[in-house]
Design a protein around this ligand. Structure first.
Ligand code: NAP
Length: 634
């Protein structure tokens, strides 16, 4: 029962629905009432940040939706606000399509229904048959990492009754959100889709949460699903060696006191690819007499109030950090080599209005539909797919051009000096490198125009005892240097030494091409090993969904093995090669193949080991419906 609703006045209800997303309200109402008047409403598209979504074209239709929502809530309140059913299941795909503004193909309905999270374990393993209890009890999985991926894997394995342990190098859970505590660190995908389907009702204060709220979510996940008790903290995995005699992985790890070894039938790596800091080798750096650190190693409680600080690097991290630091430093010098596209999202750094949180608590299924709405990444394919017919030197298709226009206008609205606009205008097309979401109220563009900041674009010549000398020979004296210089993104699994059949290392398998995997998670010669956030799994699905699906895929492989009395599963070489040929071919049709963008998406061998070019429904289908003929089981 929703007690809060019982005591809510008409005025509060009417006010709250005014804040709701009309398409979300429309879909919920249609699902719960089947009201035909909601069905045929003309739509228009709108851009929010780099997200595109549909809206009713007429204000009168928006008013109708809101009025009906208020009426529905008042009636629901007056009838006691008790438990409410989701309504006819066969109506759900229609309701979802009404929210997305686009029809859903029959074969993709299940994908979208999963994202709605009405069944929070829709991506859990539902055993086809009960496995032999001894075989199940004898089977063990080691998960490496207790960040987002490792926690998801652990929660899902636990639910499926598969024995597992988690090894985590840090003292707490959260991975990226345990390590990245720099001022301003927050997600730039909506928090609603950053959570899992089994976390759909988690109470977030912000549409885009700061690092500590994300960390709070992962602590909740660890406790809510009993995952924490299976985690060994402060322990770093050094090597994985496959034993051909016993079909087990030997895992060597360094704990707080000593090195030790364990063995398990299977391993799921969830070590992240933006995890190991990259600090450039700048001449003279060891001579610097002040303090310096990487953004992912922010010293606990460190305040830079009144200090002279240099920030090197202006990717997502630098652009988030700089506006916050500028508020407190005595002087901030920003070393920018390449500018990035900035997408203004009003309210990006603000909490949800109280009305939205009220709706989350009182409008039935509001959290579900809001989650499903923000989890749909179809727009991203549209934004980044190269249209060979589209003739524009700066954009790859019409929507990409529209997004660029939004960004260019934002730059010009914010900056009066045309020279500075030029400096801050990237040469590469939108989304050929990672773009950055910003709050239009206050962001990097405000920070660089302050009197107490300096933007240096000539490059770094050297570092010396007192600061940094730029390529024009100008000396910038600082007390602190902060490296916002990113991560060893293309060094998947680094620094773990992984040896499969015949002692083959992953680097030997990959050769000069750099990291590759089948479906982003399996490699030939490495049986019973799956990787979460492995090669080519950035994009396609939101990270949380991708991790859920790869875990489900791994569990389906394990199920197949256990039900058939097999001990090992491994991808065959040919499907591995063919999958990567497909990935490479499709990546060349995406905007990040533009040569003007030079960033961590690309390895040195002109392929991306990072990006997933498959549309959400396709990669989901590959993972949801394993093609066992591609796998060898023994
Ligand atoms: P990044 O995108 O790799 O950016 C690194 C920055 O350091 C770039 O500006 C780069 O310049 C500069 N740099 C590297 N080596 C340098 C050198 N020798 N001299 C001068 N500058 C140098 O790293 P990041 O900003 O940490 O972001 C990494 C990824 O983390 C993001 O793309 C995103 O996926 C994720 N992230 C997400 C969020 C979010 O969700 N909001 C926030 C932060 C990070 P060049 O571009 O010229 O190479």
């Amino acid at each position: 029962m929703r007690r809060e609703l019982l005591e809510t006045s008409d005025e509060v209800i009417e006010d709250a629905v005014g804040y709701a997303h009309p398409m979300v309200l429309r879909a919920i109402l249609y699902q719960l009432t089947g009201d035909p008047e909601l069905q045929d409403m003309p739509l228009k598209t709108a851009l929010r940040g780099y997200y595109e979504y549909y809206m009713p074209a007429n204000d009168t239709d928006v008013a109708v939706i809101r009025r009906k929502a208020a009426e529905f809530l008042k009636n629901y309140r007056d009838s006691g606000a008790g438990p409410i059913d989701i309504g006819p299941l066969e109506r759900l795909p229609v309701s979802l399509a009404m929210m997305y503004g686009q029809p859903i193909a029959k074969e993709h309905e299940e994908f979208f229904l999963q994202d709605l999270a009405v069944d929070p374990w829709a991506r859990g393993l539902k055993w086809r048959e009960t496995p032999d209890p001894k075989r199940l009890a004898d089977f063990s999985v080691t998960i490496i990492g207790a960040g987002m991926g490792g926690l998801i894997a652990a929660a899902q394995l636990k639910k499926a009754g598969i024995r597992h342990t988690v090894i985590e190098k840090n003292a707490g859970v959260g991975g990226t959100w345990y390590e990245n505590r720099y001022p301003g660190a927050r997600v730039d995908t909506p928090s609603r889709s950053y959570t899992n389907i089994f976390g759909v009702n988690f109470d977030y204060p912000n549409p885009y949460c700061e690092w500590y709220e994300n960390e709070r979510y992962f602590n909740w996940l660890a406790d809510e699903f009993g995952v924490r008790e299976n985690i060994t903290f402060n322990t770093e995995v050094r090597s994985l060696v496959w034993g051909e005699d016993d079909s087990m992985w030997t895992i060597t790890m360094a704990g707080p006191d000593a090195e030790h070894v364990t063995r398990s039938n299977a391993v799921i790596t969830a070590v992240g690819f933006l995890n190991r800091p990259h600090i450039p080798n700048v001449p003279g750096a060891p001579q610097f007499e002040g303090l310096s650190w990487h953004t992912a190693r922010w010293p606990d409680g460190m305040s830079l109030r009144g200090k002279r600080v240099a920030v090197v690097g202006t990717g997502c991290t630098g652009y988030q950090l700089i506006p916050e630091l500028a508020k407190e430093t005595a002087h901030l010098t920003i070393f920018q080599r390449t500018p990035q596209w900035l997408f203004p999202v009003p309210g990006y750094t603000s909490p949800f209005p109280p009305q939205i949180r009220w709706l989350d608590r009182n409008m039935p299924f509001h959290t579900n539909f809001m989650r499903a709405q923000s989890a749909n990444t179809a727009w991203f394919t549209k934004l980044t797919q190269i249209d060979p017919e589209f003739d524009d030197p700066h954009a790859c298709n019409a929507m990409n051009k529209m997004a660029r226009d939004v960004c260019v206008k934002f730059l010009n609205d914010k900056i009066a000096d045309p020279e500075l606009v030029k400096i801050m205008t990237p040469k590469h097309p939108v989304w050929s490198a990672r773009a950055v979401v910003v709050d239009p109220e206050y962001c990097i563009l405000d920070a660089i125009q302050r009197d107490d900041t300096a933007l240096v674009t000539s490059g770094i010549k050297q570092i010396n005892a007192t600061g940094i000398e730029d390529q024009d020979g100008v000396q910038h004296n600082v007390d602190v240097i902060v490296y916002a210089t990113g991560f060893r993104a293309a060094d998947y699994f680094y620094p773990i030494d992984i040896r499969g059949k015949g002692g083959l290392t992953v680097q030997e398998l990959w050769g000069h091409d750099g990291p590759k995997a089948y479906r982003g998670c399996m490699m030939p010669g490495f049986p019973n090993l799956w990787s979460i956030y492995g090669p080519n799994t950035n994009g396609g699905l939101h990270p949380g969904s991708f991790h859920e699906m790869i875990t489900l895929y791994a569990m389906k492989c394990i199920e197949q093995m256990l039900l058939n009395g097999k001990k090992t599963v491994e991808v065959k070489k040919q499907p591995y090669l063919e999958y990567n040929e497909l990935v490479d071919r499709l990546n060349l049709q995406r905007v990040w193949s533009d040569k003007r963008a030079d960033n961590y998406y690309w390895t040195h061998s002109t392929r991306t080991a990072v990006q997933c070019p498959l549309p959400n429904t396709q990669i989901w289908s590959y993972l949801y419906r394993p093609q066992f003929e591609h796998l060898e089981m023994q």
